[in-house]
Design a protein around this ligand. Structure first.
Ligand code: SF4
Length: 403
């Protein structure tokens, strides 16, 4: 498996696969052919169908100024090597000098056809969670020790930067007001939710309200095309940060422990990324929000000092009850159902930890099994429910709007 740093990418929203990935692809291509006098980028598949709403054209033009962006909605997904395919062309004096296909593979990562990159470097010999558990038990080490042994302690400083960016996205989002861009007319809600203390509010209600406010804050920043951290994607960027921010600000967990939790969550995201997918276009929202929920559950279990079995079970429960979750963003925007879904997943992650704490010895399903199930389910999902905005909420909302 690769380094867990590949899970956390800092960049502009609203979509890791539709803005962060294409932006990095455009910069990569531009750096290779700086002498070209013209560039053309053709977007296929999900990028062509929902790229306009997600701001893919803008992200590409930011990475490759002056590029002509074409949305090819004719080529069938079955004729593409990946649902998020981009064809970059460079021209000089009217002649084509280069043509490279790149794929936005989820979480802001890109793959260049027929090439391997620095991000492809293998850091972990283990292929899945069971192998990690076996090694930790054999060596009698904790999961966090295992991570630092393989990644090196420099990982901590990288995670500190990630954590700072996560906090900044929440803090900006809690202050912001107004309507989110894109045309749906959705009002930002994080600030109101944060400040709306109910009369006689119980500790439980307050906790859920505050965590939800944090999740809304990061997700609304993403929808506003501001800087967020993929965790593991832009669309799911509110789940893990909201829980960690709550633990840090409201529960007083020290930053050093938050960084450890971030590392464990990253490992969980890494296992999913390696053995399945974190891309809504490939496997539906279960791959984005389901993965984020698993990561958040593992992070909380780590913060509470739970055992590796309990951490694994928390991550498994969190994914299991997101299985089948479709990706049907209204208008191709990462707003409905995405923002609210981040808040709900954050609360669900806490419930998963509570169950795992008491029931881990009775479990029948391993984390690897639920990840394999998610992947298979995702591949079975009709294309309408994989970020094309052709089905589900996206379709019904638009039908009712026209009626
Ligand atoms: S529905 Fe889920 S997977 Fe689809 S764009 Fe929204 S958050 Fe991402």
């Amino acid at each position: 498996m690769k380094s867990i740093t590949s899970v956390y990418k800092i960049g502009n929203g609203p979509s890791s696969s539709h803005t962060v990935g294409p932006y990095h692809a455009a910069r990569t291509f531009g750096a290779r052919y700086p002498d070209a006098d013209e560039y053309e980028v053709t977007l296929f598949g999900s990028l062509a169908f929902t790229g306009e709403g997600h701001g893919t054209g803008k992200a590409i033009k930011e990475g490759l100024p002056g590029a002509k962006v074409v949305f090819d909605r004719e080529t069938k997904e079955t004729d593409l090597p990946h649902p998020n395919t981009m064809l970059f062309k460079a021209f000089k004096d009217g002649k084509e000098i280069a043509a490279i296909r790149m794929f936005s593979i989820g979480g802001g990562s890109i793959r260049i056809e027929n090439e391997s990159s620095e991000e492809d470097k293998e850091v972990y010999p283990q292929k899945n969670f069971s192998e990690i558990v076996a090694l930790c038990n054999q060596e009698k080490i904790k999961i966090i020790q295992f991570i630092y042994i393989l990644e090196g302690y420099t990982l901590r400083e990288k995670l500190r930067t990630v954590w700072q960016a996560m906090q900044a996205s929440i803090e900006r989002g809690l202050k912001a007001k107004g309507i989110l861009p894109g045309g749906l007319g959705l009002t930002r809600k994080a600030k109101v939710l944060y400040e709306k203390r109910c009369y006689n509010e119980s500790a439980d209600v307050a906790m859920n309200r505050v965590i939800a406010a944090y999740a809304y804050a990061a997700s609304e920043e993403n929808a506003a095309e501001n800087v967020v951290v993929t965790a593991p994607t832009c669309g799911s960027c509110g789940v893990l940060p909201s829980i960690l921010y709550y633990m840090y600000k409201d529960r007083g967990f020290p930053e050093e422990e938050i960084l450890d939790a971030l590392a464990v969550a990253g490992l969980v995201g890494n296992v999913i990324r390696t053995n399945a997918s974190i891309s809504g276009a490939e496997c539906g929202c279960q791959a984005e929000i389901g993965s984020a929920c698993s990561m958040a559950a593992a992070a909380v279990a780590q913060l509470y000092g739970l055992s590796i079995d309990q951490i694994e079970y928390a991550a498994e429960i969190a994914m299991e009850h997101n299985l089948g979750l479709t990706c049907d963003p209204v208008g191709g925007l990462v707003q409905i159902p995405c923002i609210e879904r981040n808040a709900v997943a954050a609360m669900r992650a806490l419930s998963a930890v509570n169950l795992s704490r008491f029931l881990y010895e009775t479990r029948k399903i391993s984390f690897d099994e639920v990840v394999a199930t998610m992947y298979r389910t995702g591949l079975d999902l009709n294309e309408k429910y994989r970020e094309t905005s052709h089905g589900g909420l996206a379709q019904i909302y638009m039908e009712n709007l026209k009626a």
